[in-house]
Design a protein around this ligand. Structure first.
Ligand code: AMP
Length: 220
């Protein structure tokens, strides 16, 4: 099963994808996380990507497509995968389709998490991340137990540079222009497209997501 999570930045795709993957034993390909790891390790890809990421622009397609292809190749055949943050525009979607086709695979289901721009800006401005383990918190919605510290390892949390309000607005513009049209693209494909209200509590969204995808915990 190949599931794509679509939705604006900050709507909760990462949280929902992680919950789902952990519950079902599925894998995830999260292009933003892969890029941040490359950037932090100062690899050539990370250095090429950094400027685009800081400005909230899309990293060039060939870099992304090669990165996804490489990651996908690490999974054994038959692995179920959740894609979060990819594809992000129509050329990535076409390349993705071809990439899967050459492996005899398809994009099966699309889950769109919907939310208004204002809510997204509000949520992202409260988002804080752990530089050590990557855990993500929200100051008002999902705060850490100890103010400003990661629950898992006690590291001081930080705000991503691209989570500053001005950059978030730009990321939203990019989302509406480049990524949102993919909903229509997938509605015209064989994949099933589900819409889920992303402005609800984490557990409510997770339940709706599982129902929409028709998955049961314990199945694969
Ligand atoms: P995200 O964590 O998904 O919001 O991604 C953070 C940043 O990484 C984005 O603003 C882009 O600069 C870059 N990025 C992530 N995924 C992609 C993608 N599929 N195509 C191009 N750029 C991406």
């Amino acid at each position: 099963m190949h599931v794509v999570l679509l939705g604006p930045p900050g709507v909760g795709k990462g949280t929902q994808g992680e919950l789902l993957a952990d519950a079902l034993g599925w894998q995830r390909i999260v292009t933003g996380d892969l890029l941040r790891a490359q950037r932090d390790a100062r690899t050539p890809l990370g250095q090429q990507a950094q400027g685009y990421m800081t400005k909230g622009e899309l990293v060039p397609d060939p870099l992304i497509i090669a990165m996804v292809r490489e990651q996908l190749a690490t999974f054994p055949p038959g692995t179920s995968v959740i894609f979060d943050g990819f594809p992000r525009n129509s050329s990535q979607a076409s390349a993705f389709k071809m990439m899967l086709e050459t492996l005899g695979l398809t994009v099966d289901q699309i889950a769109v998490l919907d939310a208004d721009d204002d809510l997204v800006v509000e949520r992202i401005s409260g988002r804080r991340s752990c530089p050590t383990c990557g855990a993500v918190y929200n100051q008002s919605l999902a705060p850490p137990n100890r103010d400003g510290r990661c629950d898992k390892d006690g590291t001081a949390l930080f705000q991503r540079a691209d989570d500053e309000p001005e950059t978030v607005r730009h990321r939203l513009e990019v989302y509406h222009r480049e990524t949102e049209p993919l909903i229509e693209y997938y509605e015209g494909s064989r994949a099933a497209v589900h819409h889920i209200a992303g402005d609800q509590a984490v557990e409510v969204v997770q339940t709706a997501l599982r129902e929409a995808l028709g998955v049961e915990v314990g199945a694969s």
